[in-house]
Design a protein around this ligand. Structure first.
Ligand code: ADP
Length: 655
């Protein structure tokens, strides 16, 4: 083992955080203690968990806890835990670079707000910057730590100036001791009157206040030695008269330690729920909704779960594609991100479940097969859906905010086939031809006329593309409302979603559309027959791209539109898959022409005069090209299209 001191530089991101933390005029500096206690509590959880399989790590009867200690003269504040500790490698890994996604998000937000010219430092209070928050109050931080199961101790020291030093340390107890040398700053100087003087951090009352505010529910005792005066007692235990009370030192526990979920709902304040959420998720914006319930009977469990306000950056990251609820068994944290407790389409829900019926020695492998987890999952899903349902009924605006953040994930549930009794579909919101506001399917059906046979929807790349789609023309004409499905997940969803409340769902850009009834259908058939030769010739010219050219009743103003075969993939999805490197079967599409459009009349005239005219094939290519442009698809041969268009324009200009 080397006995020399090594000097290391922080990674760039750490330096960024440090300089923000140190130079901010931030008023709420006390949250550094929340961060350190939360880290200590995690370290104790880890030790407790590891000791389930390796009993030697935790001697029997040893109390786990966190101790705070103050040396006012030296301006030192110390926080110690007898948890898992860190090895040398872990120290370098954890305290020299950014590990937590919370911190990354924090940096991203800061950068964003700076781009907008905002005041970045105010954000610090809302985020957890973890361990680095220490440098808000300290000009030097020393971490002394020894990993459980190892006899090597290490000392990490930094002034927050871009580097830290590392050296071996003898005689350390298991766990971690963090010593902060508090900055000398004059009361209220930098941050105005709101800023709490740092000297308060050396007093019992202030520390007690901070611990109870932010860390009351931490399950381990946060203890402190406090000075109390006690009267001098005689042999019978009565105070001796005339004697001055003597000073004694007592160890007091500052937090109530009761895990929040185990306390009766009626006793819990909103702010406590909020602090617990932050403690759990490191999402400092607080929850949008809290769901807390207890189930008793054949299976006992308690759940406290939250809906966040905003989506996390990794919500759509395929490697994070799992739900994450912490599972406790009799107060022991068994798994922090247990994916068996909620389906993947509820992966934005955060929280804890505690079940006393599971064995303590469950491993991750046996957990997966435990039928009790399945039962808990079912109840939990129902509770979340109930909460969302009542939000939709009673707090529409809040529900819409939820939907904007998480609707895309939620709809995956329909694709996964979990929409029994429309329980998911009835919570879905959609845009439609009615305007910008969102609608539920029930509201859509209420507005629909009785003669309307289906729920009509249009898959499109964006609202703008949907609005200008020629597919809408006949529906607009009829006064039928059409839902716009513009989310990439919508097309997947539709594969498993063909009916709602007994009405079929129809994608209007697929297959044939019959809005006009029998009579119109017949008339169209006749006209098709009449123009069959022309249609065949146009089809032959576009054979490479299309399976058919036919007449349609779906168009009013546009001359042509591209249609997918009933079961074909949309062009958006096909492009998405192709861009991710997948083999996409090339479905030939159908070009539908508007028989009432002047362009078709002209073509048919030209065909009548000279059926062999080469211009017919050129018009076919132009029609196909403009239909592609209208839906936002690329042209197969843009240069040739431009050439044809130019010739056409030249003809027009010459008159
Ligand atoms: P976060 O807690 O958000 O991951 P921090 O910067 O607060 O980020 O801490 C980084 C890592 O350092 C933690 O994830 C943990 O692995 C380790 N760590 C911090 N404090 C302790 C401690 N008291 N005991 C053991 N490990 C710790």
């Amino acid at each position: 083992m080397s006995t020399t001191t090594e000097t290391h530089a922080f990674e760039a991101e750490v330096q960024e955080v440090l300089s923000l933390v140190i130079h901010s005029l931030y008023t709420n500096r006390e949250i550094f203690l929340r961060e350190l206690i939360s880290n200590a509590s995690d370290a104790l959880d880890k030790l407790r968990f590891e000791s389930l399989t390796d009993a030697s790590l935790l001697p029997e009867g040893e109390q786990l806890g966190i101790a705070i200690d103050v040396d006012a003269e030296q301006r030192l504040l110390r926080i110690a835990d007898n948890g898992i500790g860190m090895s040398r490698e872990e120290l370098v890994q954890n305290l020299g670079r950014i590990a937590s996604s919370g911190t990354r998000r924090f940096l991203a937000q800061i950068a964003e707000s700076q781009d907008r010219g905002g005041a970045a430092p105010d954000l610090i209070g809302q985020f957890g910057v973890g361990f680095y928050a220490s440098f808000m109050v300290a000009d030097e931080v020393v971490v002394e730590t020894r990993r459980a199961g190892s006899d090597e101790g290490w000392r990490w020291t930094s002034k927050g100036d871009g580097q830290y030093s590392l050296e071996p340390a003898e005689g350390l107890a298991r766990g971690t001791l963090i010593s902060l040398h508090l900055r000398e700053d004059k009361d209220g100087e930098e941050g105005g009157s709101e800023r709490q003087p740092l000297d308060g951090l050396l007093t019992e009352w202030r520390l007690r206040e901070i611990v109870t505010r932010y860390s009351d529910f931490v399950e381990y005792p946060v203890q402190m030695e406090v000075e109390r005066s006690e009267p001098v007692l005689d042999d019978e235990g009565k105070p001796v008269e005339g004697e001055e009370p003597k000073k004694v030192l007592k160890t007091e526990t500052l937090n109530s330690m009761k895990p929040l979920w185990a306390r009766p709902k009626a006793e819990i304040e909103e702010t406590e729920y909020e602090e617990f959420y932050k403690h759990l998720t490191h999402d400092w914006s607080g929850p949008a909704e809290t769901i807390h319930f207890k189930v008793e009977g054949s299976l006992d469990f308690t759940a406290l779960v939250y809906l966040p306000k905003e989506r996390s950056l990794d919500l759509f990251d395929p490697s994070q594609n799992k739900s994450q609820i912490s599972l406790y068994v009799r107060r022991v944290l068994i798994q922090k991100e247990c994916e068996e407790l909620l389906p993947v389409w509820l992966r934005f829900v955060r929280g804890v479940v505690e079940c006393s019926d599971l064995p303590l020695n469950v491993s991750r492998e046996t957990l997966q097969d435990d039928p009790r987890l399945g039962q808990i999952k079912k109840r939990l899903v129902k509770k979340v859906l109930d909460a969302l349902g009542s939000k939709l009924d009673k707090e529409r605006e809040a529900f819409e905010a939820f939907w904007k953040s998480f609707g895309g994930v939620f709809k995956e549930g329909i694709y996964f086939g979990e929409n029994e009794d429309d329980r998911l579909a009835k919570l879905c919101l959609f845009e439609s031809t009615r305007g910008e506001s969102l609608t539920t399917l029930d509201e859509y059906l209420e507005r629909a006329s009785d003669e309307q046979e289906a729920i009509y929807c249009l898959l499109a790349a964006s609202r703008q593309a949907a609005e200008s789609s020629p597919h809408l023309e006949a529906f607009r004409d009829k006064g039928y409302e059409v839902l716009f499905l513009t989310d990439p997940v919508d097309e997947w969803m539709l594969q498993r979603f063909s009916e709602y409340a007994g009405k079929p769902l129809r994608s209007i850009e697929k297959g044939e559309v019959e809005l006009g009834g029998e009579e119109q259908k017949k008339a169209l058939e006749e006209r098709s027959k009449e123009h069959q030769e022309l249609l065949t010739q146009l089809g032959a010219a576009l054979e490479e791209h299309l399976s058919e050219v036919r007449l349609s009743s779906r168009l009013k103003d546009s001359p042509a539109v591209l249609v997918n075969a009933e079961n074909a993939m949309s062009p958006q999805l096909a492009r998405m898959l192709a861009s991710s490197g997948r083999d996409v079967p090339k479905d030939k599409r159908i070009l539908e022409l508007n028989p009432d459009h002047a362009l078709f009349a002209g073509l048919s005239k030209l065909f009548g005069v000279d059926a062999k005219s080469p211009r017919i094939a050129e018009y076919a290519e132009l029609l196909h090209g403009q239909a592609l442009i209208a839906e936002g698809s690329p042209l197969p041969d843009p240069a040739h299209f431009a050439k044809l268009l130019t010739e056409l324009m030249v003809g027009g200009v010459k008159g």
